[in-house]
Write a protein that binds this ligand. Structure first.
Ligand SMILES: Nc1ncnc2c1ncn2[C@@H]1O[C@H](COP(=O)(O)OP(=O)(O)O)[C@@H](O)[C@H]1O
Ligand SMILES: N[C@@H](CCC(=O)OP(=O)(O)O)C(=O)O
Length: 377
């Protein structure tokens, strides 16, 4: 795909039929960190106008914790995970009730989808999320997605919603991703630093952004800062989806393709979304060591990783978790989704599928990592 000009990318965003809009906690809360319903209503007005022009919008919204800690009697956003989860549990319902009433002023219905990181790597869960989102969009509903904070386990969670929004953009095959935050774009350094300049166009987000210093959150409520926003823009770009990053008050102009914020050009044609996600964003929970033959087979393309070709396992993981596959020299070959729990793996090492059936039963007679769940690095 040849690199598009900034004007072409902006036009593609203006003409997008399916759009994922992500709004961060920092854009929905006031200086105290509590949810500010006025800000939420401003965002809803911009989205409603877009939907009225026949676009389909999925809103990925943070703000559950910001909505919940005040009603629970805390002055500031809690820092321990258990209290954050409790605040999210209280706040998610409150957040949705604000969205419900704000969108209903425009005659629009909303539907809540809460996702855990695990839902996005397991094939059946992934397809479920995809089917529900698509049906909601067909029905003219604005799906509102958040991480299922109350249940997300600490080890495998998104934490921020930036990467989740890129994944959702993949799932619904969006034409554009709009990341709304508390700064009006990507700067050459955290914007609080003197001399930081705004960048308006990034033609290839995979190129090292050498002269850009990327920092974490600048607020007391945000989570990932610019690091996770760039990760999201990268996942979108390699999925063929353009991204615009700007502040929430620019939502309307950004959706119209006006010259606000920073735009990131798509750099590839669309890939198949789930495998792309496995390769790009899933954090491996363990490692499988492939012998020479298995390494060769995997590198050749369409082969599964069979127990017969595995000589070692490291880390603790469950069936369905992402794992790294390395060769005996430690070279990283691929990422994939494990078909076994880590504690089951030693008993399967070196066994053929027929032996697995005989020794352990038919339910174990499958590859350690199926080729559909495996992505070369
Ligand atoms: N190079 C950079 N350009 C712009 N913002 C940056 C940069 N590095 C760090 N940041 C910080 O990232 C923050 C946005 O991330 P975050 O606080 O996580 O927002 P959100 O809640 O919207 O996800 C900005 O307020 C800014 O302080
Ligand atoms: N899922 C959490 C969001 C965590 C968070 O702060 O994310 P973000 O503001 O997008 O960096 C919530 O709803 O409070």
């Amino acid at each position: 795909m040849s690199t598009q000009s900034q004007a072409e990318v902006r036009r593609a965003i203006a003409e997008a039929h399916t759009i994922v809009v992500k709004v961060g906690s920092s854009s929905l809360s006031g200086s105290s960190g509590h949810l500010d319903p006025e800000r939420l209503r401003g965002l809803v007005t911009a989205i409603a106008q877009t939907v009225r022009m026949d676009a389909r919008v999925v809103l990925v919204s943070s703000g559950a914790i910001a909505s919940g800690f005040g009603p629970l009697g805390f002055d500031a956003r809690p820092t321990d995970v258990a209290t954050q989860q409790a605040a999210a549990s209280v706040g998610q319902g409150l957040l949705m009730s604000h969205y419900e009433s704000a969108f209903s002023r425009y005659g629009l219905r909303v539907g809540q989808i809460l996702i855990t990181a695990r839902d996005t790597v397991q094939a059946t869960q992934y397809r479920n999320v995809q089917r529900t989102l698509n049906r909601l969009l067909e029905l003219g509903v604005v799906p509102i997605v958040n991480e299922n904070d109350a249940l997300a386990s600490n080890e495998i969670r998104f934490g921020d919603n930036d990467r989740l929004s890129a994944l959702v953009a993949n799932i619904v095959r969006a034409d554009a991703l709009v990341l709304l935050t508390d700064v009006d774009g990507l700067y050459t350094a955290p914007p609080s630093e003197p001399g930081a300049r705004q960048i308006h166009y990034v033609p290839n987000v995979l190129d090292a952004l050498d002269d850009v210093r990327i920092g974490g959150t600048g607020s007391s409520v945000g989570t990932g800062g610019m690091v996770t926003k760039l990760e999201a823009a990268r996942v979108a770009a390699v999925s063929g989806i353009p991204t615009v990053l700007t502040c929430a008050s620019n939502a309307g102009p950004a959706l119209m393709g006006d010259r606000v914020g920073t735009v990131f050009a798509p750099i590839k044609h669309r890939g198949t979304s789930r495998r792309l996600w496995i390769g790009f964003a899933a954090d491996p929970r363990g490692t499988l060591v492939a012998d020479e033959g298995a390494a060769k087979a995997i590198l050749g393309g369409r082969a599964s990783l069979l127990s017969a070709g595995v000589v070692g396992v490291r880390g603790e993981f469950s069936s369905g978790d992402p794992v790294l596959i390395v060769d005996e020299q430690g070279n990283k070959l691929a990422k994939g989704i494990s078909g076994f729990d880590s504690e089951e793996v030693p008993a399967t090492l070196g066994r053929t599928t027929a032996q697995l059936r005989k020794l352990l039963g038919a339910e174990y007679a499958h590859p350690l990592v199926h080729r559909d769940d495996l992505v070369l690095l």
